[in-house]
Write a protein that binds this ligand. Structure first.
Ligand code: 6PG
Length: 476
């Protein structure tokens, strides 16, 4: 018998995806550039299902039923191009090549175009959930031609996570749409992680709480509206004691956050599209700031206040932080969804935002109860300009805002950096404002560069002859 699907690239993610497929009763061809990895997989996991081990690309291709379905799980970039170039000459009309790595969506658009010209289907597929998700059910974000999804969808839905019986997998849109949505998922992941980290810092430095007590607080929050995977694992990390030193684990880890690049891509893309994803931006910059040991050492002696909240001042502050965290999280997600909306417009994708929120409810890193609310909001109004104005969120923000403002103010007073909380609040207030100081910026631009401005009282483009104190001249 031939294999229904093949996986090439058998590092942890690829191996786990192959095992997941086999465990669901699908015959899986497996291939790896160095064949030993393939042999190891077949040797160790054959009791989980049926694998057909292929020593070469040709053997791999021959082992597959037609149209062939080939999942590539190799590092993004040149390695992906190299594998595609190796397989393409061996494939036939209608075969489907699936890139399951964290590719940049512009690369995916390029590859899709090149392969479709050869009569092949190319699917750029976002997969979230890490190693564990790949094995037990990830959230899957496939892009590419609709026909390819028809041939592939049932298999993917079968191995994806399920929430309320619904698969966490849906066809996202043409060419790069799947990888674009996965990229924004990762951007939101950065923002979410940063906000939780700021909440931790505020509890620790603002209230003097120990990591294990903060873990308890997080567990409590995790049983309410903040229920999420990232909240849950944060409690576990905070509870963990380093075996070597007996210290809280979080105190022995170097405080320099690293990144592989998808958060940066999200911000770069948002800058191109002109979408203010300030929450994701601050999260990326906070990681890079943390890694600048040189700057941090140079600045360590600069003055600033110190101290913790005590007595009556401390009362209710933990609950305030919960409110601020929830409100900031709404803002970060609203910004991310706006980026998806803008990307869809720019690249001609039809993306169902409610469905995106729905397939993020399980399997992926940002899975959370709160995504149900986002789906509901987009079901109520698919053209919602921002999640902030949906009733369920506007009410939550209205309820949280006093606490949110207190937290940002206290953070500034106690010298606890809270860029995520602060930028979210600034965004909320800027969107609400009836007038923004952008008017002054237009004046400055017109003054020094005759860049012109528009007026509130009449149509047209104007320039003021600043040196002559003249009346505004209409430019044509
Ligand atoms: C996921 C994750 C994953 C990502 C890592 C690392 O959805 O499973 O987003 O795709 O690669 O979380 O990201 P950083 O190294 O950039 O933090």
């Amino acid at each position: 018998a031939k294999a229904e699907i093949g996986v090439s690239g058998l590092a942890t993610m690829g191996r786990n995806l192959a095992r997941n497929l086999a465990r669901h009763g699908h015959v899986v061809a497996v291939h790896n550039r160095s064949a030993q990895r393939m042999r190891d997989l077949v040797e160790h996991f054959s009791d989980e299902g049926t694998f057909i081990g292929a020593e070469s690309a040709q053997e791999f291709v021959d082992a597959l039923e037609r149209p062939r379905r080939i999942v590539l799980m190799v590092p993004a970039g040149a390695a992906t191009d190299a594998v595609i170039d190796e397989f393409v000459p061996l494939l036939e009309q209608g075969d489907v090549v699936i890139d399951a790595g964290n590719a940049h969506f512009l690369d995916t658009r390029r590859r899709e175009k090149a392969l479709s010209e050869k009569g092949l289907n190319f699917v750029g597929m976002g997969v979230s959930g890490g190693e564990e998700g790949a094995l037990n059910g990830p959230s899957i974000m496939p892009g590419g031609p609709k026909e390819a999804y028809d041939a592939l969808g049932p298999l993917l839905e079968d191995i994806s996570a399920k929430v309320d019986g619904e698969p966490c997998c849906t066809h996202i849109g043409a060419d790069g749409a799947g990888h674009f949505v996965k990229m924004v998922h990762n951007g939101i992941e950065y923002a979410d992680m940063q906000l939780i980290a700021e909440a931790y810092d505020l509890l620790r430095k603002g209230l003097g709480m120990e990591p294990s007590a903060i873990a308890d607080t997080f567990r409590q929050w995790n049983s309410g509206r903040l229920d999420s995977y990232l909240m849950e694992i944060s409690s576990e990390v905070l509870d963990h004691v380093d075996a070597d030193t007996g210290q809280p684990f979080v105190d022995v880890v170097a405080d320099e956050a690293e990144q592989k690049g998808t958060g940066r891509w999200t911000v770069q893309g948002a800058l191109e599209l002109g979408v203010p994803v300030t929450g994701i931006g601050e999260a990326v910059f906070a990681r890079s700031l943390s890694g600048h040991r040189d700057l941090r050492e140079a600045a360590r002696g600069l003055p600033g206040p110190a101290g913790v909240l005590e007595g009556a001042g401390a009362e209710g502050f933990a609950e305030d932080i919960e409110q601020a965290l929830y409100a900031s999280k709404i803002v970060a997600y609203a910004q991310g969804f706006n980026q998806i909306q803008a990307g869809a417009e720019e690249y001609d994708w039809t993306i169902d935002l409610g469905a995106v929120a729905s397939i993020w409810r399980g399997g992926c890193i940002i899975r959370a109860r709160f995504l149900d609310e986002i789906t509901a909001a987009y079901r109520r109004d698919p053209a919602l300009p921002t999640l902030l104005t949906d009733t369920s969120f506007s009410e939550a923000l209205a309820g949280a805002q006093d606490a949110w403002r207190r937290v940002v103010a206290v953070a500034a007073q106690l010298a606890i950096p809270a860029p995520g909380f602060s930028t979210a609040l600034a965004y909320y207030d800027a969107l609400r404002a009836s007038r923004l100081p952008a008017a002054l910026i237009q004046g400055q631009r017109d003054f020094f560069g005759a860049h012109t401005y528009r007026r509130t009282d009449r149509e047209g483009t104007f320039h003021t002859r600043w040196a002559e104190e003249g009346r505004p001249q209409e430019e044509r």
